[in-house]
Design a protein around this ligand. Structure first.
Ligand SMILES: NC(=O)C1=CN([C@@H]2O[C@H](COP(=O)(O)OP(=O)(O)OC[C@H]3O[C@@H](n4cnc5c(N)ncnc54)[C@H](OP(=O)(O)O)[C@@H]3O)[C@@H](O)[C@H]2O)C=CC1
Ligand SMILES: O=C1O[C@H](COP(=O)(O)O)[C@@H](O)[C@H](O)[C@H]1O
Length: 491
């Protein structure tokens, strides 16, 4: 904000709770630095880390800059580090929060105007509630705004999510809470509203009359590497599908909002989620990775932090249906997995066959929105083979970001989202009723998987996923164009 937009009245203190941790080091502080470097942090901003670990200030500052990537402006980094201080204290005792309050009051001492505080909970869920209570009772600003950023997981099913809400709601008003789903901060996900509602031709075809099926795919090359203990409690459906992929689905499928105001956008997202019945186990395919075929990568069960014999899925494909006028009968196929052959998140919208097509056998149109890596959007369409023949060839209308936009700098999702919090913009955060609707879709499935101990299909680390995925997708109407491969970034 500093030189980019209107300065907020007064001073902002960002308090990172759990500042000694992994997320703080890898994401929160690098994002805060990114905003500072680009001039988006208000001039009077201070950042105070809080955690139990007793850390010397210089060691702490080294730690939080370890993941700040080159090219680094050394002077800016030194200035940024001076804005960052650290207080050590427990999460369950008032003394710690009193020390924190003293530290905040110290940086606010000579400031004029309102004293605004943003509390970023970069903490394990086990301490969300005591920390939210501790800061509310002891370190809440009486003369400015207070905002609470909460990291996922927001519970592990409908009931636990509601329990968490019941514990937080008496302390923090919904408008003070920012539930992060970092996929909502990714450039191409933020672009979905623009693509859909600022282009007349997409509006006309975005429905069951023209679209056959939609696939939203998340693939990661890495396995659980060191996070097996955490992951095993959740599994891929809770870790990725119920939040990141479902959030993408809700924006792809929602009706046009009345305006771009946060509540109008979130109202429409909730409305479409509420039209989705719970996912059925028969419309689900689960997998778990095993040792790689070349023997270099360990299987999931070889992770010493994973309980022996765990049935936890590391891959899932599931079909969601939307019971409304726009989408009835169109399968939304969600797929996500770890330890696969490539890293890729994309939305693939496959259109219907052309009715009565005179070009027999011509393949279907597809619109692909590549979320990551290498942001792009391309439309596969059928073209006449140039020359004397009337044969058809598939070509694409291709918007590859790195070619189209020179000096491309896509902000990190956390930069975009923290900036939204500073501006008080809730559009890209998950509202409580949205979360409730999301859990309703997945909770019965998750309970069935756990109760029936459904065994996942093994797939080797580094492969394309469990056997049967191709057939699964084909069963729901996806027609693959065998000979066509989009060549990303080609000249
Ligand atoms: N790491 C990541 O990449 C991502 C994390 N998240 C979410 O962000 C949040 C923080 O994650 P992450 O930084 O990885 O977590 P960490 O395990 O690194 O925990 C953060 C800090 O919390 C304190 N802590 C850890 N375990 C406990 C415990 N059992 N009881 C009390 N305090 C504890 C530690 O600080 P100290 O001991 O100094 O108090 C630790 O440094 C989680 O909700 C996670 O799900 C979301 C997306 C990605
Ligand atoms: O929230 C999570 O997301 C990451 C993937 O995020 P990305 O921005 O790197 O695509 C995933 O690895 C992790 O398991 C999950 O908790």
């Amino acid at each position: 904000m500093a030189n980019k937009s209107k300065q907020p009245d007064g001073i902002i203190t960002v308090i990172v709770l759990g500042a000694s941790g992994d997320l703080a080091k890898k994401k929160t502080y690098p994002a805060l630095f990114g905003l500072y470097r680009m001039g988006f942090l208000p001039e009077r901003t201070h950042i105070i880390g809080y955690a139990r670990s007793k850390l010397e200030l210089e060691d702490f500052r080294e730690r939080i800059s370890a993941y700040i990537k080159a090219p680094i402006d050394a002077q800016k980094l030194a200035e940024f580090k001076r804005l960052c201080t650290y207080v050590s204290g427990p999460y369950d005792k008032v003394e710690g929060y009193q020390r924190l309050e003293t530290a905040i009051a110290e940086v606010e001492r000579d400031a004029k105007g309102s004293k605004n505080r943003v509390f970023y909970m970069a903490l394990p869920p086990s301490v969300f509630v005591p920390v939210a209570r501790g800061v509310k009772l002891t370190a809440y600003s009486r003369s400015g705004f207070n905002r609470l950023i909460v990291e996922k997981p927001f519970g592990h099913d409908l009931e636990s999510s509601r329990e968490l809400h019941r514990a937080l709601a008496p302390l923090w008003k919904e408008e003070e809470v920012y539930r992060i789903d970092h996929y909502l901060g990714k450039e191409m996900v933020k672009n979905l509203l623009t693509i859909r509602f600022a282009n007349v031709f997409f509006g006309a075809v975005w429905n069951r009359q023209c679209i056959s099926n939609v696939q939203i795919t998340f693939k990661e090359k890495i396995g659980t590497e060191g996070r097996g203990g955490y992951f095993d409690e959740f599994g891929i459906i809770r870790d990725v599908m119920q939040n990141h992929i479902l959030q993408i689905l809700s924006i792809v499928a929602m009706q046009r909002p009345v305006s771009l105001d946060a509540e109008d956008v979130r109202d429409e997202k909730v409305r479409v989620l509420r039209a989705i019945p719970p996912v059925k186990i028969e419309e689900t395919l689960l997998g778990q990775y095993t040792r790689s075929e070349d023997n270099t990568k360990p299987g999931y069960l070889e992770d010493s932090t994973v309980p022996p014999g765990s049935n936890c899925p590391t891959y899932a494909a599931a079909v969601l249906w939307i019971n409304n006028e726009r989408w009835e009968g169109v399968p939304f196929i969600l797929k996500c997995g770890k330890a696969l052959s490539e890293q890729k998140t994309e939305i693939r919208i496959q259109f219907q066959d052309v009715p009565g097509n005179v070009f027999r056998g011509a393949p279907r149109n597809e619109l692909v929105i590549r979320v990551q890596p290498n942001e792009a959007m391309y439309m596969k369409f059928v073209n006449k083979q140039p020359g004397l023949s009337m044969d058809t060839v598939i070509s694409e209308l291709d918007l590859t970001y790195k070619r189209r936009f020179s000096d491309l700098k896509i902000p990190d999702a956390y930069e975009a989202l923290i900036l939204d919090v500073l501006k008080g913009d809730h559009s890209n955060f998950v509202r409580n009723d949205e979360l409730d609707a999301a859990w309703k879709i997945f909770t019965p499935l998750l309970h069935t998987i756990e109760k029936k101990k459904v065994a996942p299909i093994p797939y080797p680390y580094g492969s394309r996923g469990p056997d049967g995925v191709h057939e699964f997708v084909a069963k729901y109407g996806y027609k693959r164009t065998e000979e066509y491969v989009w060549s990303e970034g080609k000249e």
